[in-house]
Design a binder for this molecule. Sequence first.
Ligand code: ADE
Ligand code: ZN
Length: 326
Amino acid sequence: TVHPAALLSLPKAELHLHIEGTLEPELILELAARNGITLPHPTLEVLREQYEFSDLQSFLDLYYANMAVLITEADFADMTRAYLARARDSGVRHAEIMFDPQAHAARGIELSTAVNGIAAALASSEAEFGISTVLIAAFLRDETEESALEVLEALLAMRAPITGIGLDSAEVGHPPSKFIRLYKRAAEAGLRLTAHAGEEGPPSYVEDALNLLGVERIDHGIRAVEDRILVKRLVREQVPLTVCPLSNVRLRAVDTLAAHPLPQMISAGLNVCINSDDPAYFGGYVGANFDAMAAEFAWDAATAELLAGNSIRSSFAPDARKDALL
Ligand code: ADE
Ligand code: ZN
């Protein structure tokens, strides 16, 4: 089995990360105090007791509630810097960071506050942490397409430094077909395209994200293994799947780590990589996800190197940056 220290030192890209999911309980309480906000779970102990989830929605309820502490640009910047420091400690050298603009707008926070705060931290990331970055605006699939289009237009009008768009939040009942116009507009604007699919939703959502939205990458995609024909296509086209093992266990998308389909996905020849999703909620950053899987499945160095290499090759980084990291 590959040594944990060797796993950490492998250069990696993190492609599936929600910046709001990096808010650690300590920082939540610190920001609540700074902004004079009273939380429903006012102590570290009580807050920590909330981190047991039965499915995606039970997590999303806490994730959205805790965002209430993010008020100023400095709050967004502090959260982002804390993530970059922890990602560096996991060997992450390139990070593609999603944020949920609609979730902040719904709380009365100006879009520019979230964008400028996150962007301020990203601006110094290469110099400070050795991590190149890409910002991705993720849209909430349980909201309307009109709402998403409005926010996308606002981001474009303000020249927000976004490289791509994503689609997240409650999956089942909100298929890709709901967002055809959003993805068409984003493609016209020159943005890169990804979407969550096949986390809790069926394999057909993975297929529809490719066929109807034109996505270049699938976030999660684990339920694709239920459809043999779809797997063949994903292998043939080498569609990147940004898998998040600890997230899948904590949200009960899989029963146990031992039952995770990742080894089967690797054997099938799928283009998979390892990501942390919402590391403050699911028990660890990229390094912890690598460690847990390597230990569970007794991975050798070659397997870890393949997955780290996939993450870099599947990123939206410029070719020169990929070459420097490979
Ligand atoms: N938002 C934050 N994390 C998410 C996940 N794992 N799935 C869907 N939406 C999310
Ligand atoms: Zn996610």
